[in-house]
Design a protein around this ligand. Sequence first.
Ligand SMILES: Cc1cc2nc3c(=O)[nH]c(=O)nc-3n(C[C@H](O)[C@H](O)[C@H](O)COP(=O)(O)OP(=O)(O)OC[C@H]3O[C@@H](n4cnc5c(N)ncnc54)[C@H](O)[C@@H]3O)c2cc1C
Ligand code: SF4
Length: 479
Amino acid sequence: MAEVAQESTHVWSAKQRIAVFLSAMRHFAQSLRAQGLPLDYTCLDAPGNAGTLALELHKAIARHQPAALVMSAPGDWRVLQSLRAAAKEHALAMDLRDDTHFFSTVREFASYAQGKKQLRLEYWYRELRRKHHILMEGKNPMGGKWNFDADNRDAFGKAGPQSVPPPSRFAPDGISQGVLALVEARFASHPGSLHSFAWPVTRPQALVALQTFVEQRLSLFGQYEDAMWAGEVWLYHSHLSCALNLKLLNPREVVQAAVDAYSRGHAPLAAVEGFVRQILGWREYVRGIYWLHMPDYLERNALNAQAALPDWYWTGQTDMACLKDAITQTLEHGYAHHIQRLMVTGLYALLLGVKPQAVHTWYLSVYVDAVEWVELPNTLGMGQFGDGGLMASKPYVASGKYIQRMSNYCAACPYDPAQSTGPKACPFTTLYWDFLMRHEDSLKQNPRMAMQLKNLGRLDAQTRESIANHACAHRHSQL
Ligand SMILES: Cc1cc2nc3c(=O)[nH]c(=O)nc-3n(C[C@H](O)[C@H](O)[C@H](O)COP(=O)(O)OP(=O)(O)OC[C@H]3O[C@@H](n4cnc5c(N)ncnc54)[C@H](O)[C@@H]3O)c2cc1C
Ligand code: SF4
């Protein structure tokens, strides 16, 4: 095991992201040593640390003179290439083992995808439900439906969320405190802060977080999956992505815990299916897309978006209330839930026309759960439509009215989501119409955009012109 600076600097990683990885590594190393297993571990501040995984592998090969290398598949294409190249330089065979922390293998997804013109989550998810017999009654989905989205996805209503259970947070122990001091000293200029660091970094902690989620939040997970509320960071989400991606939890046990909760009558089917869909469905699907299409996936830019990411993505200093809240909590905790990522920070970048690669760098930097296999398809594919529809059947675009419906952000914002021009115009609303106008010709080919384009068709020429001018002025003010 090697802690190397490059993994924290190839993108400008947030301090919490660096700390959670290093702390989990050090705790894992401790548990291996406690079991008496042989371990070669290089600390970040060890004298002579070579700074990259490949260079550390060269050194380890020189130390151990192995006959061959065995590695479980890494999460980044970049890491796989660099370690393969290092092995090749030493003429060593590299035995790459499947990562068992997934339901499916990369090969399985590739063979599922073969010959299909379009890939869609729904069909892959159903296949995995059948194969692993999850929420099934014989050959049929439990409850007679594959998808309970219609029962889920409410807003909180005027009163806001009521008595949200506190999240599972774990005070840093001695190992974590050492890591926090190291990160603060070594990566002082990196984004975000460490003062709220309380993520699970050991398997026992991750199991507590899983159990607490199932007991306290799962039953309302589906209903409020898409809802947002200013200052409410945690809501009814699981906050397990980081523990899952660090392999402190296996997705099988997470899915099983949710299914058991349904069997015990502790959570409704709609909530459990909604949660299982995220893990068995989306998580496996995005991984398949990533490995099927790397490395060219990284370069895709179907909408030819070229703008830079506004600087305030790294500080949260904007007067747009929704963006300010989502970015501030991201920098403070390394966490935002899916709709904040997709329909606030992601949507704004898409509407503004930011280059998908710049958006990708931001997401990979700031979240504690960010690993490229999951972050890239979500950002470039789902969030920015950079893959032209491989991952999602249409661009996720909406006006400020969507954010108004799903949150209370707009009530405390200087802008008005109903206005697309004028001094109070909501930038999301202005940019939404501008986006549809800019991409009207290509979007016409997509039947799923028909309703939105029909509404665009109702705008007269003067309104269109004034929106385009307003969008242009807004773009210049932000870039
Ligand atoms: C632009 C963008 C970037 C994202 N980057 C990441 C990332 O770097 N790492 C990451 O793990 N997730 C990423 N996601 C997916 C999702 O937003 C997070 O997994 C989720 O918000 C994590 O919070 P949670 O654990 O409370 O999730 P919950 O809402 O409680 O969901 C349960 C679990 O389902 C899985 N899951 C949910 N949605 C997705 C999804 N779309 N893709 C893959 N797995 C999913 C996660 O493991 C998550 O822990 C991204 C989404 C978007 C739109
Ligand atoms: S008015 Fe627009 S910018 Fe302000 S919070 Fe609502 S959606 Fe966001």
